[in-house]
Design a protein around this ligand. Sequence first.
Ligand code: CUA
Length: 333
Amino acid sequence: MIFLGLDLFPPQASTVALPIDLIYIYITAVSVFFTVLIFALVIFFSVKYRRRSDAERPKPIEGNHLLEIIWVAVPLVIVLTMFVAGAVVFFYIFHPPKEGIQMYGVGKQWMWKFQHPEGRREINDLHVPLGIPVKMTLTSEDVIHDFFVPAFRIKMDVVPGRYVQTWFKATKLGEFHLFCAEYCGTKHSQMIGKVIVMKPEDYAKWLAGQDPASPMPAVSMAERGAKLFQDLRCVTCHGGTLSALGPKLEGVYGSTVELEGGKTVTADDTYLRESIMFPTKRVVKGFQPLMPTYQGQIAEEDVLAIISYIKTLTPEAAVTADAAASAKASSAT
Ligand code: CUA
C-alpha cells in the first residue's frame, strides 16, 4: 500500500494478510477517532465551561444513569468486535489445515536451513508452491530466533529444544523477504533470506532437481534418516530383535508409550527428539537407561531426518533398518 509516496504495508501475499490488515486498520481507525474526539471535547468544554468570575459556583451534578450506560455499553461493544475478529483470525492461524505440504526449518546463528521431505535442502531460500498450504515445523540449533515473513503476516518464535509449528498459504507469485525477528547475536541483521513462491508445476520441477548440497539427486528426508540411523549405529540397539537393548521403533510413531515409573507419553516428534538428545529423561518401560546422548553430536536437521525415517517404520515394516531402507528404495522405483 503506497500512501504519500511511502510504502506503508508489505504486499499481501498469503490468505491471512488481508484479514490481519483489516483488523489492524480497524483498531487504528477506532483509536484515532476516539483520540481526536476526546481531545476536541476537552478543548471545547474547557472553553465553554470556563470560570467567568471568582464568585461563580457550578451547579451540583446528581449523576446521569442513561449517560453512564451509554459510555459503558458502546466501548464494550466496540472492543468485543475487536476481540471476536482477532480470535477468529488467531484460530485460523493456529489450526493448520489437514491438506498441504510439510516443510522443515532450522534456525542457526546466522542462517535459515530448510529441508523439503522429498529431499531438497536450502539455506536462506525457501521455495514453496502457490495456493497450497505449507506447514512449517521449526526449531533452533542454538538460541531463540524468529521466523518472520512480513508479506505473509506470519511471525513465529523458533525455540531451541522444541518444535514449533506455523503455516501459510501463498496467494502471490514472486519473492518475499524472510527475516529473523529476534535479536540472536552479532549477525542477527544478516539472518535474512527470501521465500520464493512458484507455480505448483514449476515447484514440482524444482523439487525433482538436484540437491545443491551434493552432486547426487536429492534423497528424501526419510532415506537420509535411514542412512543416519545406520551411520550413527542406532540400528545396533534398535534393530527390533528380542535381545535388543533399545525398544523397537516399528509402529512407535504416534503410539502411546509406557514409561519406567508408570507414566505414559505419546511418541510424537517432540518425544522422539527428546529420546535422541536426552535418552535417560523418559525411558521406555522394561529398558535400562543405557543409551548415550546425541546432544552436540547431531545437527537438528539430521534429527528431523531420523524422525522422518522413524515415521515410515510401520508395524508391518521389516524388522531391521536395512530391510526397511531397501524396501523403500525398491518401492520408489
Ligand atoms: Cu536469528 Cu536473529
